[in-house]
Design a protein. Structure first.
Length: 74
């Protein structure tokens, strides 16, 4: 049963220019602050938790929001 959500719950890997992605997120979600979007490699869970609290969304939703601003890799 857990496997059906594998795509959204797998470890989130931030790639590309995070500062640009953070700007995109702040534009879409003005309630997000610089503190909410502070990112340290290896601490993705902290970022997700802060965004969950600020946006009042579940983990899977936050991960999907972040993935939408990630650059497309080929």
């Amino acid at each position: 049963m857990e496997a059906k959500n594998n795509k959204s719950t797998e470890a989130l890997k931030i790639s590309g220019d995070w500062s640009q992605q953070a700007d995109d997120l702040k534009e879409k979600f003005p309630q997000l602050t610089d503190s909410d979007l502070k990112f340290e490699r290896g601490r993705e869970d902290d970022l997700i938790k802060r965004m969950e609290l600020r946006l009042h969304k579940k983990r899977e939703e936050v991960i999907n929001i972040i993935r939408k601003v990630q650059p497309v890799t080929t």
